[in-house]
Each structure stands twice: as structure tokens, then as C-alpha cells.
Ligand binder design. Sequence first.
Ligand SMILES: *Cc1c(COP(=O)(O)O)cnc(C)c1O
Length: 365
Amino acid sequence: MSKTILERRLFGPGPSNPYPEATSALGLPLLGHLDPEFIARMDNVCDGLRVLWGTKNSRTLPLSATGSAGMEAAFVNTINPGDVAVIAINGLFGERMCEVASRVGAEIVRVEHDYGTPIDAERVAAAHPNPKVIAGVHAETSTGVVSDIAALGAIKGDALLITDAVTSIGGMPVLADEWGIDVGYAGTQKCIGVAPGLAPFTISDRAFERRVAKPQSWYLDLGLLGGYATGSTGGKRTYHHTAPVAMVASLEAGLNRIQAEGLEAVTKRHQEAGKALQDGIQEMGLELFAAEGHRLPQLTTVKVPNGVDSAKVRSYLLNRFNIEIGGGVAQYADTVWRIGLMGPNANPASVALILASLKEAIDKA
Ligand SMILES: *Cc1c(COP(=O)(O)O)cnc(C)c1O
């Protein structure tokens, strides 16, 4: 890179700026992936992830890839060709679930919702009498909407409930056991406040027992991964693939940071920052995109005002203030902005900075 770039403020849909502790940990001396010190670190990470997931699942681990690989792992391990998957779609990531599920041969029942609205559990329940899997996104980063996953858990019956918690985890309460989540996947680069590269994953015993015997993917075969990370096998670590040791160290530091502040305080900080931003945006005379009452605090969607060029505003923010925000997705690419306040960025100073810079960008871009 020829140009020196000052630190970007990553206020888009992710990656977000990591906690400084997580960045520093990337520089720790590298350990071998079977080193006892590393194994202790991995245990620590799995324990920390269980807290974030709100689960006692022994099979809770960071998969060595990004959130989308968590999505692949969820479907490839639960769906045999011809199995019925009812998928709630209220944004891009619900669409991606359909794409992934179709590749493992699922018979997909789509339950479509308007973008900007939450998942309607009653419609999901009515879509099919006995699906193998029901799937939905907790925090739709593409639209800024939170859905009630407990309501899906309540109607799932005998189905396995797959939940995307990529943007919710670490930023708002996720209670996998209480809500009835059987398979959950997430990412490190959003509210956990760590660089992209790992997919925190959890699967219940019930789902593990009903898993696909020989999934299409060797890398994401949870049967083989059992001995890689978790103590679930009760015995020796086995080599499956080389753990991304530096990323695991970074995740450990991020989780320790969250633990030190307290998970409740962290989610409250996200809640307050998001509310302040959304109030401020409306006071500027702009409109929010996500339906009222279902707005994510950590990801705010804003309607681009008429006559304003979305891309020009975004490049003004980037070039003048080193601030990144996101555009919209699909048919809303040019008419919606997505502003994230995730991890360390969820604070009042970020809110003030965004409001002032966005105002200048709209006036001058
Ligand atoms: C970011 C995101 C993903 C994809 O994660 P990657 O780390 O980009 O692979 C999936 N689901 C949701 C809701 C996301 O926000």
C-alpha cells in the first residue's frame, strides 16, 4: 500500500474496529497448535463463547473461517438431500441461507418477509407440518432488524432450529438454550470486537445426535471437529487442521475484554449508543429504514434523503474523516445507508462523530 492510511473508523456493517486488546494479542509469540498452552487457551475461548451464546453445549467452538462458513457448517451437518428446511427470509442473510441449503440438497420452504420487518413466527410455523430444520437470522445486518428467536424456538416442534447470530452475539443478549437454538453460528468481526476470521459455533446434543453421517464437507464435519477444539470427547486433542493460533489468541483477548467489562454492561453500551444514534438521525430530519420496535441498536439503517447521492456521501466520509459506513443491499443498494456501532465503537463519542460528519457530508458531498 503506497498511501499511509490513518486509522479508519469502521462504522459499517462489519468488520468493526477491534478492541485494542484483541489487536495486541495478534502480536503474541506464536504457539504450536498442539502446545499445552494453546490447548488451555482454546479451552478458555470455548468457555467464553458458551457465556456469549448463553449455552451449556459442550460442542461450542470457534470454527476456522468466517461467519459464512458457520452457516455452511450448520446446513451441511443437518441436512441430507431431500430434507425439508423452512427458511425465514427478511434480508440478504436469509437469502444466503437458502443458497447454502440448496447446495446440500434441501427441499426449501421459503417464508419471505418485507425487508425492514422482523420474522413472523406464526407464518414460519404454518409453512410446513414437519420440517427437519427451521432457520432464521437473529440480527439481519442487511436491513437493521432484530427478530424474536425465542418465538421460533417455541414453534419449532421436532425441527432443529438454526440461528444466525453473526451480528447479535456480543452486542445484544443471545440465549441459545433458553430460546431453543439447536445450531448457532456467529462471527468475530462484528460486536465481539475482533478481526474477521473465526466463526463461533454451537450445536446442541440433540442436533449432534441427528447430524448427517458423512457431510459433503470434510473441513466442516462436526463429527471430525469434536476432538479438535472442545473437551467434548473427554480425551486427547486430535489433529484435524492447523488451528489459526493467532486468531484464537486474539479472540481470547476480546472475550476477556468483554468479560472484564461484563456482558450485561457491554450489551447495555450497544443499546444506548444505538438509541442515541437513531434519535440523532431522526432529529436531523432523516428517516430510519427498519420497522420501529424492531431496530437493531448495533446496526442502524437510514433512508438516503431524496436528491442525495449515497455513494458520494460515503466517499466524502471516507476521504475527509476516515469513516466507513455501508450502503444498502439488493434493491436498496443506493437508497439506504447502514451504520454500525459494534464492539468498541458502541460509545457516545462515536455517535457524536457520526452525526456531525454525516451532516457535513450530506451538505457538502
Ligand atoms: C456478516 C454476516 C454474515 C457473514 O459473515 P462473514 O464473516 O462475512 O462470512 C452472516 N450473517 C450475518 C447476519 C452477517 O451480518
